[in-house]
Design a protein around this ligand. Structure first.
Ligand code: ADP
Ligand code: F6P
Length: 320
């Protein structure tokens, strides 16, 4: 293995740049040629591939987003489109690929290996933390800390005005961002897609807490757990108390990666190159109990994420 490439795909996540840096520097320091692919699979299909050197990743470790850029490329599910990507790789004489992204990105990587024998290693990079086989994905910790910053600020105003606040955060199928930020931020209610909730009970509990003199409440809603306007309408109607809404949106996707994401990025990037050097053909890297692990892509697909119900119960117990 002498010549490899790296790309970022799916939603951007803080720490992707630190991860690219780790891949590039590890490859170069092991006398391999390393190429960067622009805009994920879309750029790979178009042959947007550039040789990288040590300086290509200078001053990148602390920057959010991904300097290689990322894209959604739905047409990559088509084997003929994948073939174009393979042709681009072979035009550059590239024999191994590191992909940084989420579940969809790994599906594309698995196809490249299964259909064309391209050696691929996947690094989990997504703020959602929605991959079951790994405890954490690059970007999750920073995103949660950004949400925490928002909760802290909201608390000040909600407390000053005796208000109820609903903060919507990302997570279509996975409530981890809402759960971790909710516990760390002391939210009264955490609404996630994994656990059904009862709006009538929430409304009546908010009303009761008002009567007891607790006049500000914080609800954290994961985007996949329901429609925020409908939730607010129901709570307001049933409790008679107004709810102020904030959609935190893309702010949580950006920002300088914190320590945890930079360390994960360094460990994953280093391991990815080591695996390709040592003949690994196709696998995903993760972290379990603070040990870097590797698993086949089939296992990534099969593993079903277990929601942390204990932490969920802690969130609601501590908020009473
Ligand atoms: P993430 O990687 O964060 O889950 P996406 O779901 O958008 O983000 O997937 C990223 C990209 O991976 C897609 O835009 C597409 O190019 C590729 N991809 C997703 N699903 C598949 C699939 N089933 N087969 C091949 N490629 C896929
Ligand atoms: O997968 C990361 C994520 O931020 C999800 O939480 C969110 O639903 C989605 O990406 C938004 O994606 P887009 O960039 O397509 O708006």
């Amino acid at each position: 293995m002498e010549r490899i490439a790296v790309l970022t795909s799916g939603g951007d996540a803080p720490g992707m740049n630190a991860c690219i840096r780790a891949v590039v520097r590890t490859a170069l320091n092991n006398k391999m040629d390393i190429y960067g692919v622009e805009r994920g699979y879309a750029g790979l299909v178009e042959g947007k591939i550039t040789r990288m050197n040590h300086r290509s990743v200078s001053d990148m470790i602390h920057k959010g987003g991904t300097f290689l850029k990322t894209a959604r490329c739905p047409e990559f599910k088509d084997i003929e489109v994948q073939r174009k990507a393979v042709e681009a790789l072979s035009a550059f004489g590239i024999d191994g690929l590191v992909v940084i992204g989420g579940d969809g990105t790994f599906r594309g990587a698995k196809d490249l290996y299964d259909n064309f024998g391209i050696k691929v290693v996947g690094i989990p990079g997504t703020i959602d933390n929605d991959l079951a086989y790994t405890d954490y994905t690059v970007g999750f910790d920073t995103a949660v800390n950004s949400v925490l910053w928002a909760i802290n600020n909201l608390r000040d105003t909600m407390h000053s005005h005796d208000r109820v606040s609903l903060l919507e955060v990302m997570g279509r199928h996975c409530g981890d961002i809402a759960l971790y930020a909710g516990v760390a931020g002391g939210a009264e209610y955490v609404l996630v897609p994994e656990i059904p909730y009862d709006l009538d009970a929430i409304a009546s509990s908010i009303k009761k807490s008002y009567l007891r003199g607790k006049t500000s409440n914080m609800i954290i809603l994961a985007e996949g757990a329901g429609n925020r306007e409908e939730i607010i309408k129901t709570i307001q109607e049933k409790s008679g108390i107004s709810v102020k809404v904030t959609n935190f949106g893309y702010i949580q996707r950006g920002g300088s990666p914190n320590m945890m994401d930079r360390i994960l990025a360094a460990r994953f990037g280093y391991k990815a190159v080591e695996l390709l050097m040592n003949g690994c053909e196709s696998c995903a890297i993760g972290i379990k109990d603070n040990k870097v692990i590797t698993v086949p892509f089939e296992q990534v697909k099969k593993a079903k994420k277990e929601f942390d119900t204990e932490l969920y119960n802690i969130a609601h117990t501590l908020s009473l």
